[in-house]
Design a protein around this ligand. Structure first.
Ligand SMILES: [Zn+2]
Length: 122
């Protein structure tokens, strides 16, 4: 990640942490153990998979209810970062509903999720 991208991600995580709801999410023991077992690279692969299948399409299936609240670190991170559904993605990241995500938007979402996970995993 270059310096500009890092600043954008940090600013975003900072404003998300000021939301009482978004800031209420954390990694439980079970989710941390899942990272211990699989490693962050694997978690990132899962993040790409979830985002591409469940968030990136023009009209995702069950939009607004496609992301469980727990049991996978990426799910938790999605709620914490406002990337759980297209409504939250529009509200928090100004990414419009009804348009398929571009590759760079998918990369941004995954980077944000992974940064949140790395901070909470420590
Ligand atoms: Zn949502």
């Amino acid at each position: 990640m270059n310096e500009t991208a890092r600043k954008i991600i940090e600013t975003k995580l900072d404003s998300l942490s000021k939301s009482k709801f978004r800031n209420s999410f954390y990694l439980r023991k079970k989710e941390k153990e899942y990272i211990d077992k699989n490693g962050l690279d694997k978690i990132k692969e899962h993040a790409y998979d979830f985002i591409r299948k469940k968030l990136a399409p023009q009209f995702p299936l069950n939009d607004g209810a496609q992301t469980p609240m727990r049991n996978h670190p990426v799910f938790v991170a999605q709620h914490a970062t406002g990337t759980c559904c297209r409504g939250c993605l529009e509200k928090w990241h100004k990414i419009p509903i009804g348009v398929e995500l571009t590759d760079s938007q998918v990369n941004f979402v995954v980077t944000l999720i992974m940064e949140w996970i790395k901070r909470k995993y420590k």
